[in-house]
Design a protein around this ligand. Structure first.
Ligand SMILES: [Zn+2]
Length: 489
């Protein structure tokens, strides 16, 4: 029998993701749901938990949560209720959190993810439920002492619990990324992890391969980056291996990962559900979810990232790489589609968004949809390329930067700066002849069989035409002339 140290352990990982809903107001009151305001300015008797105040459910938050559950292929309960989860903590003014316990509004869904190796895996979703966020304790920010900011108290959260279907740190990260992408597509969460609008807890255990039963798990709380999730799970697996290797036993506990040091420390022994003394929230009526509502929200989920990816690969025949980049962020793909609507061919639009425009915009730290030159104007530029008026390099290196600076139309800039490309075959023949006469060394190389020098000669011709020659005219003329020279030899 293998000893503990030689056992190749199998990790078992489940994630609980908390996503803040992008609603205007909080879950049970009319206070603004906004990040970054001065502490304790978006508060009222309801979210402060003052006696006598009563919560009212935010319909938008409920719809967002339902829409998310539908996009995650969950079964929707027709009857659902809220529960009080009782615990004391300084950032929780009511001493309880309104959450959902035994009758969540959805369960038994799934999300397909693409693993780092490229294969697909279906991850089960145990449940999606709605709850309110707590406030935020401030320690370092105050320069001495601690304070609490209750602007976040009562912010709508959806909790998405996965089945323990993930088997490696990389899978955990891939799941988290796929989920964030879906939430962004649905428009229900801004997924700004630095601001804490998407946070993740990981339940991790390890077992010898072939063992059906799960071993005791430990939970790592509140990670707010994809990288941290992967690193924390990795570290936790290593620690548990160490415990088993030395003959110890893993005890159930809640732990905290420090992204700066990469260390994990124990926060507390894990609470059981019974420690929270859950009971139905008496101030909120249960909710009956109608078939009409489900049908309506189902119709509003729009295209998922996966569906869009498949459409780009199938219908638009884009490469996997291009389709992957364009679907990564919704705004990116949306902009690409605006170019298509303007009549730009898919491959040309993809090249523009991913490569040519991106290069210019990155240098200026601008986003393609927020650079001040809209899709229509950029499409007009690409049409000049399609029509052969300018070439791709001129569009990228000269016209687009000028559009960003002057906000003038592409056509105007081409006219003002005389950038129209030379397509006149007489002029090009003359230039090619001059280049061949001047580049005796390259021509000699070609004559001795080095076909690759054609590209160098093409470059010289383009340079002689100040980068404004039409490649489709230059190349055949150049190749024809060279071939004639070789044949004459
Ligand atoms: Zn309030």
């Amino acid at each position: 029998m293998a000893t503990a140290t030689t056992v190749d352990w199998e990790p078992v990982i489940g994630l609980e993701v908390h996503a803040q809903m992008r609603t205007k107001t909080k879950l049970f009151c009319g206070c603004a749901n906004r990040f970054g305001d001065a502490p304790n300015t978006n508060v009222c008797p309801v979210c402060l938990g003052l006696p006598g105040s009563l919560p009212v459910m935010n319909g938008q938050a409920f719809d967002f949560a339902l829409k998310t559950a539908l996009a995650l292929n969950c079964e929707i309960a027709r009857f659902t209720k809220s529960d009080r989860k009782n615990y004391y903590y300084p950032d929780l003014p009511k001493n309880y959190q309104i959450s959902q316990y035994d009758l969540p509004f959805s369960s038994k869904g799934w999300l397909d993810i693409v693993l780092p190796g490229g294969e697909k895996k279906r991850i089960g979703i145990t449940r999606v439920h709605l709850e309110e966020d707590a406030g935020k304790l401030m320690h370092d920010e105050l320069g001495g002492g601690s304070g609490v900011d209750l602007n976040r108290a009562g912010t709508p959260l959806i909790e998405i619990v996965s089945e323990p279907d993930l088997r490696s740190p990389a899978e955990a990260r891939a799941y988290m990324e796929a989920l964030a992408q879906l939430l962004e597509y649905l428009g229900v969460c801004d997924c700004n992890m630095q601001e804490g609008s998407l946070r993740c807890d990981a339940n991790v255990s390890i077992r010898p391969p072939g063992q059906a039963k799960f071993n005791t798990r430990r939970e790592i709380k509140n990670m707010n980056s994809f990288r941290f999730v992967e690193a924390a799970v990795e570290k936790e697996i290593a620690e548990q291996k160490g415990i088993y290797a030395s003959g110890g036993a893993v005890r159930q506990e809640t732990r905290l990962f420090n992204g700066q040091t990469g260390e994990i420390r124990t926060m507390r022994a894990k609470e059981e559900a019974s420690d929270y003394r859950y009971f139905p929230e008496p101030d909120l009526p249960p909710i009956h979810v109608s078939e009409e509502k489900i049908a309506k929200l189902k119709g509003s989920t729009g295209e998922t990232p996966e569906q869009r990816l498949e459409r780009y690969l199938g219908e638009l025949k884009l490469s996997e790489k291009d389709a992957g980049v364009l679907t990564e962020h919704k705004e990116y793909g949306d902009f690409f589609e605006q170019l298509l609507k303007e009549g730009i061919e898919a491959k040309a639009a993809a090249n523009w968004v991913i490569s040519d425009a991106q290069g210019v915009l990155n240098d200026r730290k601008l986003g393609i949809e927020s650079c001040g030159v809209d899709a229509q104007a950029q499409a007009a530029l690409l049409k000049l390329v399609q029509a052969g008026t300018i070439n791709r390099a001129t569009a990228k290196e000269k016209v687009f930067p000028a559009m960003l600076e002057t906000k003038k139309s592409a056509e105007q800039i081409v006219k003002d700066q005389g950038l129209a490309q030379v397509s006149d075959s007489g002029a090009i023949e003359k230039t090619v002849g001059e280049v061949l006469a001047a580049e005796a060394k390259l021509v000699a190389d070609y004559m001795s069989g080095k076909d690759a020098v054609v590209n160098a000669l093409f470059g010289r011709c383009m340079k002689a035409l100040k980068g404004q020659g039409n490649p489709q005219v230059i190349r055949p003329i150049l190749e024809q002339k060279l071939k004639a020279m070789r044949d004459a030899k």
